[in-house]
Each structure stands twice: as structure tokens, then as C-alpha cells.
Design a protein around this ligand. Structure first.
Ligand SMILES: *Cc1c(COP(=O)(O)O)cnc(C)c1O
Length: 365
């Protein structure tokens, strides 16, 4: 079972309606201070797509150097939530309108020679990083955006094509390379990837490198954290004088601060298996479906001792609406369950309109 902070328990005690989201902004600040102090000399951006909630963005702002945005919508949203923040604009498939908006960002991450041609044709000024997909192993990753044929970024031949296009266009300034090759890696393999990307950048003669995000998050071990100290030490050891290294994590920064609180409506046994049906479901917290895991939860109010394995499902009329399978926790009708690790790729990737249940309210502690 996951440990629920007292501030989240207290917020749950005040709630009238379930389900609800509670964001623990104090815990987010504490986490960010630890991350930041582990990364001396490394620029830290937050990948807004992990969770663009404005209260999270403003809580993150003093702890980061900027924000990575991946669409015109995210660009406008982060600009209004955190005016004046430095922005890096990435993402495959930027439209002309998005490219025009992106040109004003601190950095534009170019995804293809075709995209660069369109940017150059606009005649705007921009500072660009070329997104490279190096053919290097990313074994152990939960998602691979590079290390083989994917629609993300360019292989070295594509980068060479961009270098040719850029010469003769002084208004679009090449600042360096960007790489976000994999997600779900531990510190050691991520440092190795960063080393490979830095080596490649040196070969091109550029001194700025964004090595992406993707720091591992262990949903089966809620109390374990990515080893930021080891990662910071590893990165520091790689950086030569005059080089600028930036990272842009999402999940590993905000995942721990989010809680989805709901109440058990029904408990039943079907063909021998025990099920608990809760208010809401995976149309509010889609993460366990997309990742194929059991979302960690705790039963509040002191209940929830060890019990017969129970599968916790939502109100949707689909067998996919499963939040946690065969949890060994006793669950009764009326119990309040607190699902943790719901602060990244949770509410904002969920299909809220499905079945038209009332949407959760959001609370901040
Ligand atoms: C999604 C994404 C990130 C953040 O990834 P996390 O796994 O959430 O850390 C960073 N950079 C790019 C380009 C991304 O697409």
C-alpha cells in the first residue's frame, strides 16, 4: 500500500463529493528542491505535457530554468500560466501556424528537414536544436522514441541535410542538438545515452545539448525515487568547459504529487473473484490502462487491512476500466480509496467525456 501524506488525508476528510483530484504542491516543492540540488550545472526544463495544470506550473516555475512545450496549445497555455518563462518548442508535426509561434520560443526543436525547410521559408528568426535519433541501444526502456526507426527526430543523414539547409540562413541559428531517446530508464543507462549524444554533438561542433527526459518511475514501488544524485554526478562528469547540457523530464517530477480520491460504490463476487466498483474510473485516471500496471492505492480512515485479493474497477461499461488487479487489501462499500502517483499522464491523458460521469473537482494542498 502507498503511504498517504497527512495533508492529503486531511483534504480527503473535507471532501463532500468523490471522485476528486488532490495535488500536494508542498510535496512537489520539496521534491523539486531535492532534484535541483542534485543537478548542479545542468539546466532543468519541465515537459509540460506530463501535467499542464496551472497550479503545478507555477509551483514548478521557481525550481526550473524553463518549460518544454509540444504544441501551439501548450505554448499559449504555459505562456499565460507562467508569463516570461523560457520555452523550448518541440514535437513532431508542427503546423505552419505552430512554427510561426514557436519561432518566438527560446529554442525550437527541429524534427525533420521538411520542417526546417518550412521554418526557413517563413523568413523568421529562431534559435534551433536539431532533434537526433541515434542508432544506439535503449534496452530496458518502457517507451523508445529513438535507437531505431521511429517518427521522432532525424537520423544522422537527416541532421546532415539540415546542416546544409541552415548554411546561408543566418536568421535561423543552430544552437545544438536535442535528443529524447527513451523513457523509463534508470540513472546509469540515461547517463550513457547522454554521453553518446554529447559525443555526437561534439562531432558536429556544437556545444549545447538537450538530452531529454524519461527518468524512470516505479509504479510498483511508490517510495522509490529515480537516483537524481547519481544522474547529476554522471552528467557533471560528462560536461566539458563551455558546454551547456539541459534535461526536460516530465513524469519523474510531477507524478508523486497527484492523488485521485474516490469512494467504493459496490463490492461483489463474480465467478469466485472479488471486485470493488468505485466512483469514476480510468476515464479520470487512464495511467494504469496505458501503462498496463496496477495503480498504487491506500484505503483511508484507518480501514484497509490485509484482505482477500480484490480487483478495483471504475464505472465504465468496458472490461478495460481496471485501476488495480487483485490487490491484497480489504475494501468495503463506502471506503475512500486514495490512488497515488496520479500527478503525471493521468487526468490530462484521460477520456473524460466517456459515459458523462461528473468530472472530479481539483484541490491543492
Ligand atoms: C514526453 C517528452 C519528455 C518528457 O518525458 P518524461 O518521460 O515524462 O520524462 C521530454 N522530452 C520530449 C521530447 C518528450 O516528448
Amino acid at each position: 500500500m502507498i503511504a498517504v501524506p497527512s495533508s492529503v488525508r486531511a483534504a480527503a476528510g473535507r471532501l463532500r463529493d468523490f471522485p476528486a483530484y488532490v495535488y500536494d504542491l508542498a510535496a512537489l516543492s520539496t521534491h523539486m528542491r531535492a532534484v535541483r540540488s542534485a543537478l548542479p550545472g545542468v539546466e532543468l526544463y519541465y515537459a509540460a505535457k506530463a501535467n499542464p495544470d496551472p497550479a503545478l506550473l507555477t509551483t514548478l516555475a521557481p525550481h526550473v530554468d524553463g518549460f518544454e512545450v509540444s504544441s501551439g496549445g501548450e505554448l499559449a497555455h504555459v505562456r499565460s500560466a507562467v508569463p516570461g518563462a523560457r520555452l523550448a518548442f518541440g514535437g513532431p508535426g508542427k503546423t505552419d501556424d505552430e512554427l510561426a509561434a514557436a519561432a518566438g520560443a527560446h529554442r525550437v526543436h527541429v524534427e525533420s528537414p521538411g520542417e526546417l525547410r518550412r521554418l526557413l521559408a517563413m523568413g523568421v528568426e529562431a534559435d534551433v536544436l536539431l532533434r537526433v535519433n541515434l542508432d544506439i541501444p535503449v534496452a530496458g526502456a518502457s517507451l523508445a522514441m529513438g535507437g531505431g526507426a521511429t517518427p521522432f527526430g532525424m537520423d544522422p543523414a537527416g541532421i546532415d541535410e539540415c546542416l546544409t539547409l541552415l548554411s546561408g540562413h543566418p536568421g535561423v541559428r543552430l544552437r545544438g542538438v536535442h535528443a529524447h531517446l527513451a523513457s523509463g530508464l534508470e540513472a546509469g543507462p540515461l547517463v550513457d545515452l547522454a554521453g553518446a549524444v554529447l559525443g555526437y554533438a561534439r562531432g558536429l561542433g556544437v556545444r549545447e545539448v538537450n538530452v531529454g527526459g524519461g527518468m524512470a518511475v516505479a509504479y510498483t514501488e511508490p517510495s522509490r525515487r529515480f537516483d537524481w544524485e547519481a544522474y547529476g554526478k554522471g552528467l557533471t562528469g560528462l560536461i566539458a568547459d563551455g558546454e551547456r547540457v539541459r534535461i526536460e523530464p516530465g513524469r519523474a517530477l510531477t507524478v508523486y504529487c497527484g492523488w485521485y480520491l474516490t469512494r467504493v460504490i459496490d463490492v461483489k463476487r463474480v465467478h469466485g473473484e472479488l471486485f470493488a466498483v468505485v466512483a469514476g474510473g480510468t476515464h479520470h485516471l487512464r495511467t494504469p490502462v496505458t501503462k498496463g500496471h496496477d495503480q498504487p492505492f491506500a484505503v483511508l480512515d484507518g480501514a484497509g487491512g490485509p484482505g482477500e485479493p480484490v480487483t478495483v474497477v471504475g464505472q465504465l461499461c468496458t472490461p478495460k476500466d481496471v485501476l488495480a488487479r487483485r490487490a491484497g487489501t480489504s475494501v468495503r462499500v463506502g471506503d475512500v480509496l486514495a490512488f497515488g502517483m496520479a500527478g503525471a499522464y493521468a487526468w490530462n491523458i484521460s477520456h473524460h467525456e466517456f459515459l458523462l460521469h461528473p468530472k472530479p473537482k481539483f484541490f491543492y494542498v
